[in-house]
Ligand binder design. Structure first.
Ligand code: ZN
Length: 274
């Protein structure tokens, strides 16, 4: 199995374990590897160290939030040139996150101010920087993850993906509160080449999320489904157990187990591996 979305400490909030703890738990559970994500730090060096220590395939990247100035091509170039495999568009500092009142770094550091980030067409002033970021992702054949940006920004990204020839696109938990896309909107973006992520975090913590909705999203994704834990919270199961739980819950809705196995194994591994 392969978990395409995991959080570990050290982080700006409490996590269930540090990189060593989490990597060891994946190794003990016979996983092939995982993607280490942080909202406020490049995980490239941390992923490298975890891979060296365990022999697993561990990939890192950067989320374009306030710590790196948002949609910042220099941060992206440094991340990808050092071996990063994924660039997440703004997550915790996306305008959608701000509108939904979900946690952000500035809540604990009020001196920062409340600035949030958006892509075209929501904020046309980020066009040039966003185009540079996409060109860099194409140059490195890396993964573009949509982060928490909204429906119209996801549509814009998919248009530009075609222009730049980006092959690896992951719609970050599109049915989560942010961005909050419907199954039919998700199907449209999957048809245009996006892989569709469903996370165990949604199952455990998203208000109003049901197994029925997740099964509907899984159907909308077709063969482009990626299951991940997005675990690492102290009140979630350990990430390997969380991903197994997600597979079992969606399978209980009648979704084919073989397809769910691929979505938590070969599909994300192929998406992230260089
Ligand atoms: Zn996450």
């Amino acid at each position: 199995m392969f978990d395409a979305h995991v959080h570990a400490g050290p982080d700006v909030i409490d996590r269930i374990g540090d990189d060593s703890d989490i990597a060891q738990s994946f190794a003990d559970s016979d996983y092939d590897g995982f993607v280490l994500k942080a909202h406020y730090e490049s995980t490239v060096g941390r992923a490298y160290a975890a891979a060296r220590a365990t022999g697993l395939q561990v990939f890192g990247g950067i989320a374009l939030n306030q710590h790196c100035g948002g949609i910042n091509p220099a941060a992206v170039a440094a991340t990808l040139q050092a071996g990063g495999r994924v660039i997440w568009m703004p997550t915790a500092d996306s305008h959608t996150q701000q509108a939904a009142g979900l946690p952000r770094l500035c809540h604990g550091a009020p001196r920062l101010g409340q600035h949030s980030y958006a892509l075209p067409p929501v904020d046309q002033s980020t066009m040039a920087a966003a185009e540079s970021v996409l060109q860099l992702i194409a140059d490195h054949d890396a993964v573009l993850a949509t982060g928490h940006v909204g429906r119209d920004e996801c549509r814009w990204l998919l248009e530009r993906v075609e222009y730049y020839g980006i092959k690896r696109v992951l719609l970050t938990h599109p049915s989560y509160t942010v961005p909050g896309l419907t199954p039919s909107e998700i199907e449209e973006l999957a048809d245009r080449g996006g892989y569709v992520e469903i996370t165990c975090y949604q199952l455990l913590h998203q208000p109003g999320c049901t197994p029925e909705l997740l099964a509907e999203v899984a159907d909308a994704a077709g063969e482009r489904l990626v299951l991940s834990s997005d675990a690492g919270q102290p009140d979630s199961p350990n990430p390997p157990a969380a991903l197994t739980l997600l597979v079992d819950v969606i399978a209980a809705q009648g979704v084919d187990r073989g397809r769910l196995g691929a979505a938590s194994g070969e599909v994300p591994l192929r998406l992230f591996a260089p």
